[in-house]
Design a protein around this ligand. Structure first.
Ligand code: ADP
Ligand code: NA
Length: 326
């Protein structure tokens, strides 16, 4: 039997090149060696306000992107979170076994709640729902970006606590798989904050569906510094360092070798070439994506995915309920 993995992305916007580099790029690569389950976590997306029609569209678009970037529904399970009620059912049990203090310490909660005028309770209990997502599929590994490290730690602590209390074999303890490089792609407009698809300023991110002209414009317009030297210095030149990391991860070329090539040149050439690299990675994905959205196979894939996912999830939920006496 292959080791199991689970991961998900929120349909809170079109995924960015940050989501791609930090997590989604690995999804297709991992599916041959792992028994993989990939979810469109729409219930996570509603922890902050969403427009209903937009959310519905984004959910479908994200599913199409999953397949376009190479996830094969014959090899992996692809489904929408709200199609499998076991997630919220398990989350309730997990919440009842999680301290409020533990949740209030999550940096993502602090960040996101500080940006909301009125904070929904869902934002606080987002991590227990994420724990549910993971444990329901007995996931041994969870490929995610660096911003999820704290949530993965919480999941691991939870499983230890739950198993100690209710029986050692109730839940599988997950482990994060974090990228060696590119685990935290930064905003193009502010190298101190993470690139995010829900950022209000579209110039701060490259969407996986941006067309070549837009990609070039955004990269050329990325903030840099006045030093004008292409070198890797995260402290003094964090913006250029971010662009160099993107270039390096997407081409598999070492940062030293890239830096050597642009010696004595300003930022213009480097940015232009990076734009070409990004376009060449995204273009084939976008082409396949358009075909999928136009065709009718998508709904069937999601329907079958939900049935497959439910079988596994319901089995784990039953085990949890039995363990705690429900
Ligand atoms: P976002 O924060 O853009 O809304 P999600 O919360 O849906 O993205 O995260 C989906 C996946 O993408 C997670 O594994 C997350 O760690 C990863 N991810 C998100 N932003 C970045 C980033 N800027 N760099 C690298 N990985 C990221
Ligand atoms: Na995130």
């Amino acid at each position: 039997m292959k080791p199991t993995i689970f991961s998900g992305v929120q349909p809170s916007g079109i995924p960015t090149i940050g989501n791609y580099i930090g997590a989604m790029r690995g999804f297709a690569q991992l599916q041959d060696d792992y028994d993989a389950t990939y979810c469109i976590v729409n219930q996570h997306a509603i922890t902050v306000p969403q427009d209903p029609e937009t959310l519905r569209q984004m959910t479908r678009q994200l599913a199409a992107l999953y397949i376009a970037l190479g996830i094969d529904p014959k090899k992996s399970t692809i489904f929408v979170q709200s199609d499998v009620p076991a997630h919220t059912q398990a989350a309730w049990i997990i919440m009842c076994n999680t301290g409020i203090g533990e949740l209030e310490r999550m940096t993502q909660y602090k960040d996101k709640s500080s940006k909301q005028e009125s904070v929904g309770a869902g934002l606080l209990v987002y991590p227990p729902l994420m724990v549910a997502d993971i444990v329901l599929y007995d996931a041994q590994f969870v490929p995610v970006g660096d911003d999820q490290k704290q949530h993965i730690e919480l999941a691991r602590d939870f499983v230890d606590r739950f198993n100690a209390r209710y029986g050692e074999d109730t839940l599988v303890k997950p482990e994060g798989i974090f990228p060696k490089a590119g685990g935290r792609v930064m905003s193009l407009q502010d190298p101190t904050s993470k690139m995010s698809k829900s950022d209000a300023n579209p110039k701060s991110y490259i969407s996986m569906l941006d067309d070549p002209k837009v990609i070039t414009k955004k990269i050329k317009g990325a903030v840099t510094d006045s030093l004008g030297i292409v070198q890797y210095d995260k402290i003094n030149q964090p913006a250029i360092a971010n662009l160099l990391e993107m270039y390096s991860v997407l081409t598999d070329e070492s940062i030293e070798s890239i830096v050597a090539r642009y010696e004595g040149q300003g930022y213009g050439n480097f940015k232009g070439d990076l734009a070409e690299v990004v376009v060449s990675v995204l273009e084939p994905i976008q082409k396949r994506y358009e075909e999928l959205l136009a065709g009718d196979e998508l709904d069937k894939i999601l329907e079958e995915g939900a049935i497959k996912a439910s079988e596994v999830a319901n089995r784990t939920l039953a085990r949890m309920e039995k363990a705690i006496g429900l």
